[in-house]
Design a protein around this ligand. Structure first.
Ligand SMILES: Nc1ncnc2c1ncn2[C@@H]1O[C@H](COP(=O)(O)OP(=O)(O)OP(=O)(O)O)[C@@H](O)[C@H]1O
Ligand SMILES: [Mg+2]
Length: 355
């Protein structure tokens, strides 16, 4: 197993900078996810690491040694692409055996290893089928088995679940989680789906326009986004422009906006008088019988959407500001409600940090 992969990469296509000094150290056995919107450079970063395209400048080191000069096949990495990229004219068995056959391993060893991989992804009975005879999820599992078969030092996965329907995605997500728990293979995973990133990763790297916005554990990124961009990506839907009023002894910030005075957790030190944004997730907003008080706003229900177990509710405050809440009991459109924004769930971000 590798003990570290570190890189610092810049990539330009023409005059356009797609990755700008993207630097990271990935530890052996770690599962790291690159998370960001379409076009932020996630696939480009994976392709650079795999050696499929050259960097404009920078360096990749594996256990301390530069590997930039190595062609893809000599890096010893496994790659799973978004579109599976299986060989249509080869059976499942031969697809998985492909990399091993290239390395001219003995037949018996290949057969043993392929069967072990098919067992791992639970496709043992499918070895004689062709890709066209498999479901999307099964094809994706073949692609994963193929990448694992060569015992890669590093596994690179580019949105491997994005072509699957919602149910299969969840199943395959658990499958990937199980595989990583079993094999502890150092893995870099690319996605624009925050729930995938949170559920699979040891660490998440949030990218925007080829730059790192934040690196942290799923809990850090989720509970302490440092910018509005990251908060937005993590499902914060309510953003109140506020001015910092004072800092409480426990470190909480009291901030005043046009709709409400909120107490919340600052993600960076904020001076009284500074402009900030208070962010809250709909899931953290609570219905309350109170119509005024600390961290309480009142308004009129404009829209409700039944989700099966919960209801998404849009509430218009008197000022016109809309607040989104996800609540467990139904409320009627047109009714007046009080909403509590619990202070431990209100994140106070510096204003004007982008997005
Ligand atoms: N070969 C290329 N020539 C020119 N521009 C490119 C090339 N490959 C990628 N780009 C541009 O680089 C940017 C980053 O692309 P990349 O494929 O890395 O994004 P991504 O984050 O993987 O997006 P998605 O989530 O849509 O897959 C995009 O603006 C893309 O248009
Ligand atoms: Mg991509």
């Amino acid at each position: 197993m590798i003990s570290a992969l570190s890189f610092r990469l810049t990539k330009r296509f023409g005059t356009r900078t797609v990755l700008d000094e993207f630097a990271l150290e990935v530890h052996g056995g770690e599962f790291v996810t690159f998370l960001g919107p379409s076009g932020c450079g996630k696939s480009t970063a994976l392709n650079l690491l795999a050696g499929l395209i050259p960097a404009t400048s920078g360096e990749i080191r594996l256990d301390g040694s530069p590997i930039d000069h190595l062609p893809p096949e000599r890096r010893g990495f496994g790659m799973v692409f978004q579109n599976y990229a299986l060989f249509p004219h080869l059976t499942v068995f031969d697809n998985v055996a492909f990399g091993l056959a290239l390395r001219a391993r003995p037949r018996a060893e290949i057969a043993q290893r392929v069967r072990r991989m098919l067992q791992l992804v639970r496709l043992t009975e499918f070895e004689a089928r062709y890709p066209s005879q498999l479901s999307g999820g099964q094809q994706q599992r073949v692609a994963i088995a193929r990448a694992l078969a060569v015992e890669p030092r590093l596994l690179l996965l580019d949105e491997p679940l994005s072509n699957l329907d919602a149910k299969l995605r969840l199943e395959m997500r658990s499958e990937l989680k199980r595989l990583h728990a079993d094999l502890r293979l150092t893995s870099i995973y690319v996605t624009h789906d925050q729930s995938e990133a949170l559920s699979l990763s040891d660490r998440v790297v949030v990218l925007r326009d080829g730059r790192v916005m934040q690196v942290g554990t799923p809990a850090e990124i989720h509970d302490r986004p440092r910018t509005r961009f990251v908060a937005d990506f993590m499902g914060y839907r309510n953003f109140f422009p506020v001015t910092v009023d004072r800092i409480e002894p426990g470190g909480l910030v009291v901030a005043r906006g046009k709709d409400v005075t909120l107490t919340g957790r600052p993600v960076t030190p904020l001076a009284p008088g500074s402009a900030a944004v208070a962010a809250v997730r709909p899931e953290d907003v609570e219905l309350t019988a109170e119509l005024a008080g600390p961290n309480v706003v009142r308004g009129t229900v404009r829209l409700t959407e039944y989700l099966g177990r919960e209801h998404d509710v849009e509430v218009a405050l008197d000022s016109g500001t809309m607040v989104m809440a996800r609540v467990e009991r139904p409320v009627e459109v047109g009714s007046a409600v009080g909403l509590r924004l619990p202070s431990e769930r209100v994140v106070v971000l510096p204003a004007g940090d982008g997005a």
